[in-house]
Design a protein around this ligand. Structure first.
Ligand code: ZN
Ligand code: ZN
Length: 146
């Protein structure tokens, strides 16, 4: 089954089949970027997000996406702070801490809701997450202007 979607990177419309929501061109670029970041983090686990972005020429946004997607993992003492989207606790990969992953999974089973529904409901309740998102954005902008 395939459908028409917008590529996450270049926003072009493409025929989506499976895997990441990227067009063929961006899928290749994404893989290259991912490899660069993965290797750099392996060699320099103590690097900050700015250092990784500078050395690999991959945007911080994209690095965060790799982490959020669970494709990349940072060391537990890494200066790169990745926070659980639900409770804000520090994690090294993915979107949620172990506790929240379990809680969300249980909620999903209990209510029959999809993860997306469960999240959008949470989003409307907590303004804290929005504040955190804005902080990321500020950092990102500051870094770009440097
Ligand atoms: Zn694309
Ligand atoms: Zn959590």
């Amino acid at each position: 089954m395939s459908e028409i979607r917008n590529c996450k990177r270049c926003k072009r419309i493409f025929t989506y089949v499976t895997g990441p929501q990227l067009c063929e061109v961006c899928k290749k670029k994404d893989e290259e970027d991912y490899e660069k970041v993965r290797k750099f983090l392996r060699d320099y686990p103590g690097a900050t997000i700015q250092e990784v972005a500078q050395a690999t020429e991959v945007s911080q946004q994209l690095i965060y996406r790799f982490l959020r997607d669970g494709r990349l993992e940072v060391a537990s003492d890494s200066p790169i702070a990745l926070l659980c989207e639900n409770c804000g606790v520090r994690i090294t990969s993915g979107r949620f801490c172990v506790d929240c992953s379990k809680k969300l999974a249980n909620e999903m089973i209990a209510t029959g809701k999809s993860l997306h529904d469960a999240l959008s409901q949470k989003r409307s309740i907590t303004g804290e997450e929005r504040a955190r998102g804005l902080r990321y954005l500020d950092e990102y902008r500051r870094d770009k202007n440097r």
